[in-house]
Design a protein. Structure first.
Length: 108
């Protein structure tokens, strides 16, 4: 499902990753991080897809909201586990969304 974001400007955090072979605890932690992110002030939505690489884009009201999420205690622990166990590589990019437009079929 596509995130229902407000009229720009707002920020996008793009997390691109390559998974390792280790999977223990990954699904549960991913679900918990989504649940926790949705509770954070300034969180606007999230979109995620995985094939050879995973791409998760979370949307935020402002840079302060992103910084607060980055330093959340549970999120910090998930970041440590990600580096140690779940990812062989990842990149995080923070972008200002200045313009957004789209289309949604009435059939879907």
């Amino acid at each position: 499902m596509l995130a229902d974001t407000p009229k720009p400007p707002y920020y996008a955090v793009i997390f691109s990753s390559v998974r390792s072979d280790w999977t223990e605890g990954y699904s549960e932690t991913t679900e918990r991080m989504l649940e926790l992110a949705r509770e954070q002030p300034g969180f606007l939505g999230v979109e995620s897809a995985r094939n050879e690489i995973g791409i998760t884009v979370s949307y935020w009201r402002d840079l302060d909201s992103i910084k607060a999420w980055k330093t959340n205690t549970e999120h910090l622990e998930a970041q440590r586990r990600g580096k140690r166990d779940w990812y062989s590589a990842y990149t995080t990019r923070i972008c200002l969304v200045e313009r957004a437009y789209g289309f949604a079929s009435e059939l879907g």
